[in-house]
Design a protein around this ligand. Structure first.
Ligand code: SF4
Length: 345
């Protein structure tokens, strides 16, 4: 057992409880885990009253990506972000676009990957000319130990750090990361508890609380993504409530990415989101006052680029993930001087 444990990493943000149990404080499931058992994410396990991460030494993806792919459109635009992941998730989304790595621990008990020391990850990011490290493809909360070690080392080397997250982490987890976390894209998957319960085996309210906290209490740059599932979360009424929440709790400068669904995982027979639906959602977002609304996963659709909300000038012109022109000057529109929000624009 000792030899096996040497391959594990003690978890962060847990505390001992009665009868050899441990209490995990990383995400809002707040699992109480008996000795020998794993938490709901299946990648954190109680061994003899200590909580360990099972995926710290199992990096399943490590490569540079455009930061636009996260998507983060107002964060060091045009830069590369070294993107890492480890298997597992605390949600069970039936439409997951990365289910091969996020759901494998549940599907067949598999947690596979390569042991890559944080020093090597950071070195690779610097060598590949990246401006940041992205913790992405799976939920970063469930590999927080690796994020923390890479995040601290990366910060020392001048790298930024970004999460692509379902937003289900606790406030304690956010506070734990905020010393080195510079940006985050949070999935706001829908605006109904029923959708979160039925399709994600999760809950909505903690996600709303996390988004509000990031916007009001931290200086972490925030963007929000919503994947539109036909006939599930795309009614006018639901989308209006969702964007009203964004406007009133984060402000109009937070970019909203509307993402196109393609049949995946347990939803193989659903139709892709229509372009009409994507454009209808975009109009709802703009009518509510959001300054930056983007369509994703829809090559050729309008609204990949950033326009000035005051004068309409094209500010950042994108074709897919490629920046064709960046006309922002000192975080302002070069024509009318309007402030353009973002991180190192
Ligand atoms: S990260 Fe979340 S799901 Fe995993 S053990 Fe901790 S509280 Fe449970």
């Amino acid at each position: 057992m000792k030899a096996a444990r040497e391959n594990l990493k003690e978890a962060v943000l847990w505390e001992p409880a009665a009868d050899g149990k441990v209490h995990c404080g990383l995400c809002n499931w707040r699992c109480m885990i008996a000795d020998g058992k794993s938490g709901r994410c299946a990648v954190r396990k109680n061994h003899d009253g200590t909580l360990y991460s099972l995926n710290y030494h199992k990096v399943c993806s490590a490569n540079p990506d455009p930061i636009e792919k996260k998507p983060l459109f107002h964060f060091q635009p045009g830069s590369r972000s070294f993107s890492i992941a480890a298997m597992g998730c605390n949600f069970r989304c039936e439409f997951c676009q990365n289910w091969q790595v996020s759901q494998a621990a549940f599907e067949d008990g598999q947690i596979s990957g390569q042991a890559i020391p944080p020093e090597q990850i950071v070195e690779s990011a610097v060598r590949d000319g990246c401006a940041s490290i992205a913790y992405t493809y799976t939920e970063p909360t469930i590999f927080m130990e690796l994020c923390n070690d890479c995040g601290r080392l990366g910060k020392e080397r001048g790298l930024s750090n970004v999460f692509v997250s379902n937003g289900f982490m606790t406030i304690e987890a956010l506070d734990f990361a905020r010393d080195w976390l510079n940006g985050i894209n949070v999935d706001l998957k829908a605006f109904g508890e029923d959708y979160y319960t039925r399709l994600c085996k999760a809950r909505l309210q903690p996600v709303l609380d996390t988004i509000s906290y990031i916007a009001k209490e931290t200086d972490i740059w925030l963007e929000i993504t919503t994947l539109l599932l036909p006939d599930e979360n795309d009614s006018d009424d639901e989308l209006k409530k969702l964007v009203d929440f964004i406007v009133h709790n984060t402000g109009v400068d937070v970019p909203w990415h509307i993402s196109r669904f393609y049949p995946q995982y347990k939803c193989p027979d659903s139709a892709p989101t229509s372009i009409d639906t994507l454009e209808r959602a975009m109009e709802i977002g703009k009518s509510a006052g959001l300054r930056y609304v983007y369509l994703g996963n829809a090559p050729g659709a309008k609204s990949e680029s950033t326009f000035c909300y005051e004068c309409g000038r094209t500010l950042i012109e994108r074709v897919g993930y490629r920046i064709v022109a960046n006309n922002v000057e000192n975080a302002k529109c070069p024509d009318c001087g309007a402030d353009i929000a973002g991180f190192e624009l």
